[in-house]
Design a protein around this ligand. Structure first.
Ligand code: MSP
Length: 494
């Protein structure tokens, strides 16, 4: 039987500057889900990449005195490097300047024209280059975009996509698919935005040229969001993975993904993606992150400083996925010390060191399991099922929390069962307790693989398990397996 497919995407990032922590965040979250599904036997396609056209990128290139193509070619390397440094398992890295993507966009344009979904007129209105978005007069706040970005007045000939025509169909679709957008507050926002009335969308410009040309009218350049969104289709030409299972996005770009994107697809008669989930924004020590404040966080430098798996763990565990978060050194240290060092790390160290000393450095042979032993193992084996449900709701912080809880149970178990008391009196009981604990540690390691892949593998190395997946969770450790006492995997931050 062919495996079930799972297609997940990150937004494609503007290459107007080096990557920042926001880019790392979406990518790490997507990687966690992709790895989880992979371990759960799905045929995964995980896509990320770069959004290279548009005015924002062109202006940045000009500021650096470079041609746009030369500029994006140099910057894209930083984004690819980010992927390697964050240990992303993406299957493809797409660039919107690739030939295959230009072809998709032009093909789509011609099809929309053929279907009379596009017409020529003139645009009079506001545009924000920073957001690459059009805003109506009523949306402006003190002369600025609701995002705080500067806007400029545009008057030019433009092609329009008949967005207004899809208003009722979109509303109907949202009602029938209440899980299309998450979290719930974003879903409600989308509905109220569409209910407030959709205007046709300007989808071409003549005053700038860095983008895909309108195939039938080359003085026009296609609107960067129409171009960008179709990257999700370009990357899966063979269609096996479409419709996409999950588009992960930041909360600032929900409108494009939950309104424009399904409208474009409906107009083309394409199946719609199954879910769009929006995460929140990170602050830095309580302050909004911005270049002008000079508090931009470079994720590569940060990972080098604090350790990649610590960073991955912190970002996923600290903030309920979907809500805003605040990066602070104090909360970072507290989280890592409490959960990785003192809980998971401590359990592993204690048990393995004990087995090395008292069980001849091997997995001991268990005797009869008591109820408490079976209960603990049952908790361990059933965690994956709970995590599946949480991952499918993108409750990533709770999913990893399940693993933390297992370690807590393990530490309580060892304190109650006191294996050291049996070292001289009841070797069989001592061996059974240690066996159960080693088995628990193995399960914890497998469940941590999506979140902190390198450290989790180091835990598995203790048992010389080279490759594990969720199907192998209940494959018990073989008594007699030698234990490789490792370095401290989760050092405490002092
Ligand atoms: N190019 C568009 C996406 C096109 S998808 C077809 C874009 N690019 S972006 O580089 O500006 O932003 C990419 C992502 O980074 C967005 O999802 C955005 O929410 C996220 N973040 C930017 N700053 C952020 C924080 N401070 N915190 C968390 N994520 C934030 O938009």
């Amino acid at each position: 039987m062919p495996r079930e497919t799972f297609y997940i995407t990150t937004p494609i990032y503007y290459v107007n500057d080096k990557p920042h922590i926001g880019h790392a965040y979406t990518s790490i979250a997507a990687d966690v889900i992709a790895r989880f599904k992979h371990l759960d036997n799905f045929d995964v396609f995980f896509l990320t990449g770069t959004d290279e056209h548009g005015q924002k990128v062109a202006q940045s290139a000009a500021k650096h005195g470079k041609e746009p193509k030369e500029f994006v070619d140099s910057l894209v390397e930083h984004f690819k490097d980010l992927g390697r440094k964050m240990n992303l398992s993406n299957d493809c890295f797409i660039r919107t300047t690739e030939e295959r993507h230009l072809q998709t966009v032009q093909k789509v344009w011609l099809e929309l024209e053929k279907r009379q979904e596009i017409y020529k007129s003139s645009y009079f209105g506001w545009y924000s280059v920073r957001d690459e978005a059009f805003y109506s007069e009523s949306e402006l706040i003190n002369g600025k975009a609701p995002t705080g970005a500067e806007v400029e007045w545009l008057e030019e000939e433009s092609y329009f996509f008949k967005l207004s025509k899809w208003q009722d169909k979109l509303l109907d679709f949202y009602h029938k698919n209440p899980d299309f957008v998450g979290p719930k507050e974003r879903y409600n926002e989308v509905i109220s935005f569409v209910k407030s009335g959709l205007e046709d969308l300007s989808v071409s410009r003549i005053k700038f040229t860095w983008g895909v040309k309108v195939p039938s009218d080359s003085v026009h350049t296609i609107y960067v969001w129409l171009d960008a969104l179709f990257n999700y289709i370009t990357a899966v030409e063979d269609k096996r993975y479409w419709p996409c299972d999950l588009h992960l996005v930041g909360k600032d770009i929900v409108r494009f993904h939950a309104v424009y994107w399904p409208a474009f697809l409906m107009a083309l008669d394409y199946p719609l993606p199954k879910r769009i989930f929006a995460h929140g924004w990170w602050l830095n020590e309580g302050e909004k992150i911005s270049k002008s404040l000079g508090n931009v966080i470079d994720p590569i430098a940060l990972a080098e400083k604090v350790g990649l798996d610590n960073l991955r763990f912190y970002m996923i565990r600290e903030v309920p996925f979907g809500q805003d978060g605040n990066y602070s050194q104090a909360s970072f240290n507290a989280r890592i010390n409490a959960e990785l060092a003192n809980n998971i790390g401590n359990l592993t160290q204690r048990v393995v060191a004990f087995a090395v000393k008292n069980c001849g450095s091997v997995v001991p042979t268990p005797s009869k399991f008591l109820d408490v032993d079976n209960e603990l193992l049952e908790e361990a084996y059933s965690a994956v099922e709970k995590m599946r449900a949480l991952i499918n709701k993108q409750a990533l912080h709770l999913a990893v929390g399940e693993v933390v809880s297992l370690a807590t149970l393990g530490n309580v178990f060892i304190d109650h069962q006191t294996p050291w008391r049996y070292a001289k009196t009841d070797i069989e009981r001592m061996n059974t307790i240690i066996y159960v604990l080693l088995e628990l540690i193995k399960v914890i390691a497998i469940l941590l693989l999506p979140f902190i892949p390198e450290s989790a593998q180091k835990m598995l190395d203790i048992f010389e398990i080279e490759k594990a997946d969720f199907a192998s969770i209940e494959t018990r450790l073989k008594p007699g397996t030698s234990l490789k006492q490792s370095e401290i995997i989760f050092p405490k931050i002092i």
